[in-house]
Design a protein around this ligand. Structure first.
Ligand SMILES: Cc1cc2nc3c(=O)[nH]c(=O)nc-3n(C[C@H](O)[C@H](O)[C@H](O)COP(=O)(O)O)c2cc1C
Length: 246
């Protein structure tokens, strides 16, 4: 059966579960078999904040979280209310409405170790990301609405996503912003330029087709691979141009 997010490795009936794997339920109809990876909570290879806002394409953000967890990163997860609404429209995954639900649901779905995935509410000002002393190594806003783009460019800090990005910029950490809109207006373009001048990396999720993708998974992975490269997180999602292709 089609994976609610990206279309593969799902089964309809009772799964065969090989040793080293376990079953995780995604919806009442869909079950996944995922690898059990033993991780040491004391030894994350860094912490990345992933903020999801209400632009179409939350699939990129979810896959990014999955890959970061697999790469032994700790992930701080932030989700705006509109992100939850768009998630309900873009995917068949049950929508978590509270940060604690998101933490539980995605930890289970992506097989995170205890403490590896921490989700915070948009007004949780006591979260580490709200302060320079608790700043993560990098932050990705994926996907980013034009509204959040504008707030980041103006340094508004009216919710935790905006504050966390402001902190990442002031602390000279890597901020990756992935705006999704089409076409871009002058306002959007000016806001992107402003942020780029402040040191942010602007990565609109524009897939390429030279790799001849045949599934949504491949299109999503193309984008996520580029983001992981920017974060210096090792990845083998895509063959490297001129290296992996003869
Ligand atoms: C189904 C749906 C898709 C949307 N897609 C986009 C989008 O691709 N880009 C965008 O900038 N806004 C999009 N929006 C509008 C934003 O969700 C809206 O402006 C919201 O206030 C953004 O808030 P946030 O930045 O706090 O998440 C979409 C809204 C809905 C309901």
């Amino acid at each position: 059966m089609k994976h609610p997010l990206h279309g593969c490795y799902c089964i309809l009936k009772k799964p065969v579960v090989p040793e080293g794997f376990r079953v995780t339920t995604m919806t009442d109809k869909v079950t996944c078999v995922v690898a059990v990876i033993k991780k040491n909570p004391e030894s994350w290879d860094g912490t990345i904040t992933v903020a999801m806002t209400g632009a179409s394409g939350i699939q990129y953000g979810l896959r990014l979280v999955e890959c970061l967890l697999q790469a032994n990163r700790q992930v701080y997860l932030l989700m705006s209310k509109p992100a939850q609404i768009v998630m309900g429209m873009d995917t068949d995954i049950p929508v978590p409405t509270r940060a604690s639900d998101a933490q539980r649901q995605f930890s289970e779905l992506y097989n995170a170790a205890p403490g590896q995935l921490l989700a915070f509410g948009q007004e949780e000002w006591t979260a580490p990301v709200a302060s320079g002393s608790g700043v993560s190594d990098a932050m990705v806003v994926c996907p980013c609405t034009t509204g959040t783009l504008a707030s980041l460019a103006a340094g508004l800090c009216t919710n935790l996503t905006e504050r966390a990005a402001d902190v990442v910029l002031k602390e000279n950490r890597r901020l990756i912003v992935m705006p999704r809109e089409m076409p871009f207006s002058v306002i959007h373009l000016e806001n992107m330029l402003k942020l780029a001048r402040m040191g942010a990396i602007i990565m609109p999720p524009n897939p390429a087709f030279y790799n001849r993708p045949t599934t949504l998974d491949e299109i999503i992975d193309f984008i996520v691979a580029r983001v992981l490269d920017q974060l210096d997180v090792p990845q083998t999602l895509m063959p490297r141009w001129g290296i992996d292709q003869a």
